[in-house]
Design a binder for this molecule. Structure first.
Ligand SMILES: N[C@H](CCC[C@H](N)C(=O)O)C(=O)O
Length: 338
């Protein structure tokens, strides 16, 4: 990347390539973490700037984004190539390959979330486009999450400038109600189940990130932007919490709305929240099914919440556009360049 040629010494404009994706309306910028290591010294400032819903990245459906996913392929899953005997192996078929990548979500308020279900689908679609591998192990701060990408051609093979929407199933780990996992306040003994917190009756669960889930009669009758913030900041949740509403709409079907920590507002979908809906609905006896359709405002997600086994989340990941994004000049940035 060229250095600034500005004689005043201020940083010249630098850009970094990004790809905008969404999963049922939960939208993310994906940036190669290796590019970011070289070009984006302050990832928080970058997310704050480009996620803004009024002044952030433009193009596709909505201005801004629900976060930036920094993703780096650490293993493309293709062992073919320079063997010791100097004879290259035949390339492995895509379906037989498992790639590995790191994924870190930096949110619109610059915080880092340990896990993101819809983001994991978008990250896996991005990795598949680069490696051809249909199975992707994602290293997240919450642990390794395996994703399987189905459908699509893995790129813009028909040259029409768009990429096929794919379906991605993500292994989401086991939901936990344990106070130390959510986490709940240190002086708390047992799980928080069906208790009033700031006027909302919630059950607290960890699905990679914390969710306080309220099962209600009608998700649309709740003024979420008013009700959620006191719960999100309640003392019961020392690291804060996402606040999720669930309504049973049929046999094995739920409506969902989530107010997200880090976005500090409602999102069109939340994958960890969909799993939280299933885990809480089972715990409270609202359903005895382990496979559910959970519908946030942005679409429908399939989840499974089996007893004593990892949950899964299945839904679409849709490419929106490629874009080069300006790297904001921050104090830290300037110091590093001096
Ligand atoms: N939208 C994400 C969750 C982001 C989590 C984040 N908002 C937090 O816990 O701080 C999802 O699909 O799971």
């Amino acid at each position: 990347m060229s250095e600034s040629t500005d004689p005043t010494g201020s940083a010249g404009p630098r850009t970094v390539p990004a790809v905008k994706y969404h999963g049922t309306g939960n939208d993310f910028l994906v940036v190669d973490a290796a590019d970011a290591d070289r070009l984006v010294p302050d990832r928080g400032a970058f997310a704050v700037r480009h996620c803004d819903r009024e002044t952030g990245v433009e193009g596709g459906g909505r201005t801004g984004a629900d976060g930036v996913l920094f993703v780096e392929v650490t293993d493309d899953g293709d062992d073919a190539g320079g063997d010791a005997d100097g004879v290259a192996d035949a390339p492995a078929a895509a379906a037989d390959r498992t790639a590995r990548a790191t994924m870190t979500l930096v949110q619109p308020d610059a915080s880092i979330a340990e896990m993101c279900g819809n983001g994991a689908r978008c990250a896996a679609a991005w990795v598949r486009e680069r490696t051809g591998a249909d199975v992707v192990d994602l290293d997240t701060p919450a642990g390794v999450r395996r994703a399987e990408v189905r459908g699509g051609d893995g790129g813009d093979d028909d040259g029409d400038g768009t990429h096929d929407e794919v379906t991605v199933e993500v292994e989401m780990g086991e939901a936990s109600f344990a106070p130390e996992d959510v986490p709940l306040a240190a002086d708390r003994d047992g799980p928080l189940v069906k208790e009033s917190v700031e006027g909302l009756t919630v059950t607290a669960v960890d699905t990679g990130v914390p969710h306080a889930v309220a099962v209600v009669d009608d998700v649309d009758a709740v003024d979420l932007e008013a009700v959620a913030p006191p719960v999100r900041h309640a003392d019961a949740f020392p690291e804060g919490t996402n606040v999720t509403l669930a309504e049973r709409t049929g046999d094995g079907a739920f409506a969902q709305r989530t107010f997200e920590r880090g976005v500090e507002g409602e999102t069109l979908a939340c994958g960890t929240g969909a799993v939280a809906v299933g885990a809480v609905a089972r715990r409270l006896g609202v359903t005895d099914r382990t496979d559910l359709a959970v519908s946030p405002p942005g679409g429908t997600l399939r989840i499974t919440v089996p007893e004593d086994a990892p949950a899964t989340l299945t839904g679409p990941a849709a490419w929106e556009f490629d874009v080069d994004l300006a790297v904001p000049t921050t104090e830290r940035d300037r110091e590093e360049r001096e």
